[in-house]
Design a protein around this ligand. Structure first.
Ligand code: NAP
Length: 275
């Protein structure tokens, strides 16, 4: 059955590859990206119903994106929060938050909450593109969710990707009884534009000839598309994080899970001023 799928980070890499594969299965796509030209090229290629530009470094743009989407549909079957990446820093956005935390977590947190009505109407699936960085690099301090202290691009990235998993669990806790399912996934180590804007060692792997050793964008996109179109309770369990299809993932968290899920949700709501 054709679904209405909202996909962020659709202008490049894993998101663009997933868009191509989901469109081939006849789904109606609403795409979001940061770069207008790149997004337009993908939208034209896949025949997307809509394509909206928004830079998640600006939460006003995220609110604008939600309004545009709300103007186009009253039901959303799948929201794939895929936009993200690793960035140098720490850098304070105009909203006052650390960029890596805002782009990877606060933006998707706000967008998802602003789209709750059409998500609830459809009994939707919310997918988060997380990462094994949540196990390898995360050292989350709940008193410093932005990672201002002891900042390194990879620690901030790991913490933000852990936040994707904690948000997935929070969504499940709050909304599974109302019909929403939530899942987080690691897409593989995929040759994309990832880490292009950093000076981290990741850049060496992703942006030099070494990238031939990585998985293709098409296979990362296939994994995202598989979770996005999968059946909760059958293909994956709601509230879970997977390192690969059928393989629940591990993540590094030093505080009790329930406390971290609740604390991150409450702090995020307050930071983005959710009514
Ligand atoms: N590649 C990997 O090995 C890997 C592994 C684990 C997890 N991931 C995750 O997979 C997701 C997709 O990454 P990718 O590998 O496909 O990298 P990519 O090729 O760099 O694509 C990233 C996507 O996110 C968008 N984006 C980046 N910053 C943004 C911002 N400030 N506002 C709005 N959109 C923004 C980009 O938009 P523009 O292109 O328009 O700038 C692009 O569409 C990310 O969440 C990443 O953390 C990747």
């Amino acid at each position: 059955m054709a679904k209405t799928i909202v996909l962020t980070g659709a202008s490049d890499g894993i998101g663009a590859a997933a868009a191509i594969q989901l469109a081939a299965r006849g789904h109606r796509l609403i795409l979001a990206g940061r770069s207008k030209d790149k997004l337009r090229a993908v939208a034209e290629r896949v025949g997307a119903a809509d394509a909206f530009v928004a830079d998640f470094e600006d939460l006003g743009a995220v609110r604008g994106l939600a309004e545009q989407i709300l103007g186009r549909c009253d039901r959303i079957d799948v929201l794939a929060n895929n936009a993200g990446g690793v960035f140098d820093g720490p850098k304070r956005t105009g909203d006052g938050f650390e960029r890596t935390f805002q782009v990877n977590h606060l933006g998707p947190f706000l967008l998802t909450n602003l789209l709750l009505q059409p998500l609830l109407a459809a009994g939707a699936t919310v997918v988060a593109t997380s990462s094994v960085a949540s196990r390898l690099y995360a050292r989350l301090d709940l008193a410093d969710v932005n990672t201002w202290n002891d900042f390194s691009p990879m620690r901030a990235y790991g913490n933000a990707k852990l936040a994707n998993i904690l948000f997935t669990k929070g969504l499940h806790e709050r909304y599974s009884s109302a019909g929403i399912s939530a899942v987080a996934l690691h897409p593989g180590v995929v040759a994309t534009n990832f880490a292009a804007g950093t000076r981290t060692f990741s850049r060496l792997l992703y942006q030099t000839p070494l990238k031939v050793f990585l998985t293709s964008a098409a296979s990362g996109g296939a994994r995202l598309a598989r979770f996005a179109s999968g059946r909760p309770g059958h293909d994956w369990e709601s509230g879970e994080y997977y390192e690969a299809p059928g393989k629940p993932g591990r993540f590094r968290l030093e505080s009790p899970l329930d406390e971290a899920v609740a604390s991150l949700w409450d702090q995020s709501s307050a930071l983005v001023r959710l009514d």
